[in-house]
Design a protein around this ligand. Sequence first.
Ligand code: CIR
Length: 258
Amino acid sequence: MTDQPWIALTRDISPALEHCELTHLERAPIDLARAREQHEAYERALAELGCDVRRLPAGDDMPDSVFIEDTAIVVDEVAVITRPGAASRRGETAAVADALAAHRKLVRLDAPARLDGGDVMVVDRALFVGRSERTNMTGIRQLRDALRRYGYTVQAVPVRGCLHLKTAVTSLGDGRLLINRGWVPADAFAGYELIDVDADEPFAANALRVGDRIVYPTDFPRTRERLEAAGMDVVTVPADELAKAEGAVTCCSLVFRA
Ligand code: CIR
């Protein structure tokens, strides 16, 4: 038994990271050693916040495996294993499913469903799911069918101009969302308090809440000021190297109650 309240599954950075999928960014050289240092700093931050961090190995043939969030949706009752939208990423789910089987009953999405975990924002029992280049309506319906029996609602939200829903909006807890309204319609989130990213920091909407703290990239100081002004306890991590692979802080872990 662990006395840590959360498990954080992470995954090694593949030596093939430079061949990662890219949708909205130009390919830029990635310094693998620097990416690994930053990833370790991220894991240390999660451990300091009370997570039992468990890192899965990466395959040489899985350039994007570090972005483990895309492979599963984990709620208290069940883990839904996704069918990632990029064909190159479908091999990533097997090892994650094996690891999650020790903690949750598993449900799997089936073809022709396509769904990336980066498109799924869980706010208590409400799930918002981006209809994006990676996630289709079949995927959203299958997720809804898998979770309805546990009392979760699943609402589709259109995403334009960025990779995933959570590139555009993430939950800060206590009914607050951090949002870039340029990429997602704000009226999908009626009833929530919206905090806008700074206009000069379009990629700043991806924040990871763990307990009552926010894990957040060092790269967005203006938006960070807004979070702190709203009373949030922000823990910064360096994340610019994996950002070149179109990843952010939520993408690199699956955090769930032990
Ligand atoms: C991809 O395009 O699939 C990866 N290069 C980046 C995935 C980032 N994942 C996420 O935001 N959840």
